[in-house]
Design a protein around this ligand. Structure first.
Ligand code: FAD
Length: 223
């Protein structure tokens, strides 16, 4: 399998960093081809702007989707952005590794999606959901929280975690054609002992060794 890991944490020595390193090492050892986008290390610019494109279809009024469609037709994405789109197109499995920030993706990763999942390449002209360009690919969220698992349930203070993740699972991945694997969620790593965190890393590694045969999940209703 070709695997793309998109990593969004400002500190490489964080627990997210350890989960990222574990995934890259395990999948490589299992014979998969792993590429990554370490967004902070790349100093990835999350802002959608005219810099996404080599030329402008409409220099007077910037409408991102119009320019994305034009760039799709003219091979007109800026090289650094084209490289990121190419990584997704080449991947059989895409993993997002991130801490849950404000119930969602860190801005740098949200901005990566805004720019990379471009109209024309990732969706458009009726090519959405089961007809999306990324059908046949699978996606997996690997995230950490600050809060306890007991509060991320239906009726809990935070609510059902699958409801919180639904905008990503449904609105980003399934919208563009991906199948969604069960998220890997490590709740409150700062609240547990070192030994437990090391155990989590071992369990994550074990799961990844057989990830190729995992079946997609139903992403569920809104919270
Ligand atoms: P870290 O604090 O980096 O790591 C935890 C511990 O693991 C550290 O002691 C570290 O040294 C240790 N560690 C690192 N590597 C290893 C290793 N190899 N083996 C064993 N231990 C290791 N939380 C929520 O629940 N909901 C929210 O909506 C939310 N919003 C937030 C918004 C912002 C802007 C911020 C900054 C935080 C928010 N948080 C929220 C909290 C955040 O989700 C957690 O702080 C984060 O998920 C913890 O993961 P980490 O990788 O940063 O942990």
């Amino acid at each position: 399998m070709n695997v793309l890991i998109v990593f969004a944490h400002p500190e490489p020595k964080s627990f997210n960093g350890a989960l990222f390193d574990t995934a890259a090492a395990t999948l490589t050892a299992a014979g998969h081809t792993v590429v990554s986008s370490d967004l902070y290390r790349m100093d990835f610019d999350p802002r959608t702007s005219r810099a996404n494109f080599l030329e402008q279809k409409d220099p007077d009024y910037f409408k991102p989707q119009v320019e994305e469609r034009h760039a799709t037709e003219t091979h007109g994405f800026a090289p650094a952005l084209e490289a990121e789109i190419g990584k997704v197109e080449a991947a059989d499995l895409v993993i997002f590794q991130f801490p849950l920030w404000w119930f969602g993706l860190p801005a740098i990763l949200k901005g990566w999606v805004d720019r990379v999942f471009a109209m024309g390449r990732a969706y458009g002209s009726g090519r959405i959901y089961e007809h999306g360009p990324f059908r046949g690919k699978r996606a997996l969220l690997s995230l950490t929280t600050g809060g306890f698992q007991s509060s991320y349930v239906s009726g809990g203070e935070e609510g059902d975690i699958l409801g919180i993740l639904r905008p990503i699972h449904r609105g980003i991945f399934q919208f563009t054609g991906f199948s969604v694997l069960a998220p890997a969620i490590h709740y409150g790593p700062v609240r547990v002992e070192e030994r437990r965190r090391r155990q989590w890393l071992d369990e994550w590694s074990q799961r990844l060794r057989t990830i190729e045969s995992e079946q997609p999940i139903d992403v569920g209703p809104y919270a």
